[in-house]
Design a protein around this ligand. Structure first.
Ligand code: NAP
Length: 270
């Protein structure tokens, strides 16, 4: 039996749809359980009482990364310890692409990878690239102009749906993917200048200083501005272009067109 965490999240929802369509034996864990749905159970990485994984062979562990590093590490440590304690055989973990090493949220992912690799568990690490949907939302034009400081270097975002498809391929036969780390970025790189052109918008990136100042006035938690700033800095410095990706090797169909996906997300957010 598979247990998929983060059930109400966007990536998890896409994986759950596919798993049900493929008739995989799967249960959904979420902080919000549904008493009327037997296939859902309460799983909150912050609540040890909900981390009982007995009877689960494969745990699809969706990272719970919206927090300070110590909180994320504590969460992920608790889940891995509970998986070992419960006799789970295999953990599939959604990590971050190698090209994301300079992002402020990379540390907790790398810590989790190390923790899994040093455990008795079988593991597969899905090093997900930044979502095209996220880049589009961050680069949404205002009054026809994109000001987000992504620079002009190409970046290699990936479609969330492709990441769900890749996760499904692993969940169909976890043992065949044991001990593997997959780099899952997009196959085509493009810049935010290309995105502006696709949207018929102009691109006039602000300075990092101006972006940081405007984030200081936004309704964000303290850990969020450094995360966002690190996305801008990494993109502008050219680190978010991934030289190679395992995505096509895992997918049964060609990867989706990420520029169009980012443009749709930018249109929806702008
Ligand atoms: N590659 C990227 O561009 C990118 C961008 C943003 C985030 N991420 C990471 O990838 C994950 C999945 O992305 P997404 O698009 O599905 O994000 P999302 O829609 O915002 O979902 C957030 C997820 O975090 C889970 N979560 C939060 N706190 C939790 C806790 N205490 N215990 C258990 N689960 C918890 C939620 O599960 P429930 O609400 O169901 O409990 C939900 O699945 C995110 O959580 C984040 O770590 C990646």
């Amino acid at each position: 039996m598979i247990l998929l965490t983060g059930g109400s999240g966007q990536l998890s929802s896409l994986i759950a749809q596919r798993a049900r369509a493929a008739a995989l034996d799967i249960r959904i864990g979420s902080r919000r359980a549904d008493e009327t749905d037997e296939s859902r159970r309460r799983v909150d990485f912050d609540d040890p009482h909900t981390l009982d994984f007995r009877g689960i062979d494969t745990l699809m562990m969706i990272s719970a990364g919206y927090a300070e590093d110590d909180v994320v590490i504590r969460r992920h440590d608790a889940v891995i310890a509970a998986a070992i304690q419960s006799g789970v055989r295999h953990v599939v973990y959604t990590s971050l692409s190698g090209s994301g090493d300079h992002l402020a949220f990379a540390l907790a992912h790398r810590w989790t990878e190390k923790r899994l690799k040093g455990s008795v568990l079988h593991w597969t690490i899905l090093r997900n690239g930044l979502y095209a949907e996220l880049i589009g939302a961050l680069a949404a034009p205002v009054d026809g102009e994109i000001r987000a400081p992504f620079g002009t270097a190409p970046i290699s975002p990936v479609a969330r749906e492709d990441l769900a498809d890749a996760a499904m391929e692993v969940l169909k036969a976890p043992a065949a993917h044991a001990g593997r780390t997959y780099e899952l970025s997009g196959v085509k790189a493009w810049s935010v200048a290309d995105l502006a052109e696709a949207l018929g918008a102009s691109y006039r990136p602000s300075s990092l200083e101006a972006a940081r100042a405007s984030l200081a006035n936004a309704p964000l938690k303290p850990f969020q501005p450094p995360m966002l700033m690190s996305i801008y800095s990494s993109a502008a410095a050219g680190f978010l272009q991934t030289p190679s990706t395992d995505l096509p090797a895992l997918l049964l169909a060609p990867p989706r067109e990420t520029l169009a996906i980012a443009a749709a997300a930018a249109g929806a957010s702008g």
